[in-house]
Design a protein around this ligand. Structure first.
Ligand code: URA
Length: 429
C-alpha cells in the first residue's frame, strides 16, 4: 500500500459523518490485517460505521479490500456451474443440510463454506460434527475433488479466505458492533465473492431470532448484499424469510441433523421442506438450470443418495447412531387453547443454555443438547400436553433454559387466531 494514513484521522472522519475515501478504506483494512492498526482503533471505527453508516461506494470498497486481504478460490475448472446459499442465521435453521445435496442432484456444484455457531444461532459445522467421523476441515484440493465427484461439500472456510474479515468479525463480536448493516453485508459478501461461486442465494432472516428484527433493516441488508454480489459478477438473489418462530421442530445439533434426514427421506416438517425446495429452485435458476423436479428429488431418494455420498466423503458414517443427550425434561401446556406465539429468540437462547451453543468461540458444544418442539404456532393444545422437550447432558442447566422460555410462548383462548407471517416474506434481485 503506497499511501499512509493516520488511523485517528480515519476514525474521526467517520465519527464526524464524512465519507471515507477509497484509499483510506483500503489502507485501514490492510493496516488492520497486518497489525499496524490496533484493535481498539478498529473497534472505534466499527462503532462509528455502526452509528453513521457507509454509502454504496464505501461498502463496495470495504468489501473489495477484505477480499484482497486473502486468497480467491476458482471453480472455473469444474465441469458444472456452482451455486451457494448463505443464511444470515436463525434458530433451527438446518436448511443447508438437505439443500446442498438436493441441488447437487441437478448437476450444479455446491461449495458451501460454513461456520460454527456463536450466541443463540446455531452453526452448520456444529450440526454436522454430531455425525460420527465427519470432518469439517478440508484442503482446497480435497474440496475441489469432492465437488467433482459428489457435487456438494459443506466445510469450514480455510484461513486464507478474507482474513481481514476473520479478525474484524471476532472484534465486532466483543465490541457491540455486529449489527451494522454495512459491516454485516461486507463480511458475508467478501467471503462469498472470494469463495468464487457463480451464483448465490441469500436467505435473509427477519424476526426475533435473527440479526435483523424488522423488515426495513432486513430489506436494506438484502439490497446491499445483492448489489455487492451483482457488481462482482456473482448472480445474486435474496429471500427475506420469517425468523419470528424457529424453523422446523428442533433446535440443537444432532436433533437438527435427525430432522434434516427426515426431510431427505421425503418427510419432515412442512416449513423446512418448503424453504429447502424454494431455495433449491432459486439456486438452480441462478445457475441456469431447471428446478421443476426439486420436490420429487426429496421424495424419491435422489437427494438422500447425494447426502450419504457427501457425508461419507468427509469421513462421516451416514448410518451411525446420532448422539442423544443424557437428560430430558418436558415443558407442558399450562391450559387448553391455541399456541399463538413461539418466540425464536427464546427457544434459541434456551437451546444455547442447554449446551447446544457456545459463549466463546473456543468452547465445546454438546451434540445431543437442544429443544424439540411438539407444536408450531397455530396449533390447538390441551392443558398438560407436552409443548417442548429439553435435552442436555448437564441437567443443572434446565432451570436457566426454562427461565429463557418464560414469556416465550403464548396459549390464547380457544378460537384465537395467531398473526402469522408467511415463511417467504419477499424476494430481492
Ligand atoms: N455472518 C457473517 O459472516 N458476518 C456477519 O457480520 C454477520 C453474520
Amino acid at each position: 500500500m503506497s499511501e499512509n494514513f493516520d488511523a485517528v484521522d480515519v476514525i474521526t472522519a467517520k465519527r464526524d459523518k464524512h465519507e471515507l475515501s477509497d484509499d483510506q478504506i483500503r489502507w485501514v483494512i490492510d493496516a488492520y490485517t497486518r497489525g499496524a492498526v490496533a484493535d481498539e482503533q478498529m473497534s472505534s471505527l466499527a462503532m462509528a460505521v455502526l452509528l453513521n453508516g457507509m454509502n454504496r461506494r464505501e461498502i463496495a470498497t470495504w468489501t473489495a479490500a477484505m477480499i484482497a486481504s486473502g486468497e480467491r478460490m476458482d471453480f472455473s475448472s469444474l465441469s458444472r456451474p456452482t451455486a451457494d446459499k448463505h443464511s444470515t442465521g436463525g434458530v433451527g435453521d438446518k436448511i443447508t443440510l438437505p439443500l446442498a445435496p438436493l441441488v447437487a442432484v441437478f448437476d450444479v456444484a455446491v461449495p458451501q463454506l460454513s461456520g460454527r455457531g456463536l450466541g443463540h444461532t446455531g452453526g452448520t459445522l456444529d450440526k454436522l460434527e454430531s455425525i460420527p467421523g465427519w470432518k469439517a476441515d478440508l484442503s482446497n484440493e480435497a474440496m475441489m475433488r469432492q465437488l467433482d465427484d459428489v457435487g456438494a461439500v459443506i466445510c469450514a472456510a480455510g484461513t486464507g479466505l478474507a482474513p481481514a474479515d476473520k479478525k474484524l468479525y471476532a472484534l465486532r463480536d466483543v465490541t457491540g458492533t455486529v449489527e451494522a448493516i454495512p459491516l454485516i453485508a461486507s463480511s458475508i459478501m467478501s467471503k462469498k465473492i472470494a469463495e468464487g461461486t457463480g451464483a448465490l442465494v441469500l436467505d435473509v432472516k427477519v424476526g426475533s431470532g435473527a440479526f435483523m428484527k424488522n423488515r426495513e433493516d432486513a430489506t436494506e441488508l438484502a439490497r446491499t448484499m445483492v448489489e455487492l454480489g451483482t457488481d462482482a459478477g456473482v448472480r445474486t438473489v435474496a429471500l427475506l424469510t420469517n425468523m419470528q418462530t424457529p424453523l422446523g421442530l428442533t433446535a440443537g445439533n444432532a436433533l437438527e441433523v435427525r430432522e434434516s434426514i427426515e426431510v431427505l427421506a421425503g418427510g419432515g416438517p412442512e416449513d423446512v421442506v418448503e424453504l429447502t425446495v424454494r431455495l433449491a429452485q432459486e439456486m438452480l435458476q441462478a445457475a441456469g438450470r431447471d428446478g421443476d423436479d426439486v420436490g420429487a428429488a426429496l421424495k424419491d431418494g435422489r437427494a438422500m443418495d447425494a447426502w450419504r455420498r457427501m457425508i461419507a466423503a468427509q469421513g462421516g458414517d451416514p448410518d451411525a447412531e446420532l448422539p442423544v443427550a443424557k437428560h430430558t425434561e418436558e415443558i407442558l401446556a399450562p391450559a387448553d387453547g391455541v399456541l399463538t406465539q413461539l418466540d425464536a429468540y427464546a427457544v434459541g437462547v434456551a437451546a444455547w443454555r442447554l449446551g447446544a451453543g457456545r459463549a466463546r468461540k473456543e468452547d465445546p458444544v454438546q451434540a445431543g443438547a437442544g429443544i424439540e418442539l411438539h407444536f408450531k404456532p397455530g396449533a390447538t393444545v390441551r392443558g398438560g400436553e407436552k409443548l417442548m422437550t429439553l435435552h442436555t447432558d448437564t441437567p443443572e442447566k434446565f432451570e436457566r433454559a426454562k427461565e429463557a422460555l418464560e414469556g416465550g410462548f403464548t396459549i390464547a383462548p380457544e378460537g384465537s387466531r395467531p398473526d402469522l407471517l408467511p415463511l417467504v416474506i419477499d424476494r430481492i434481485s
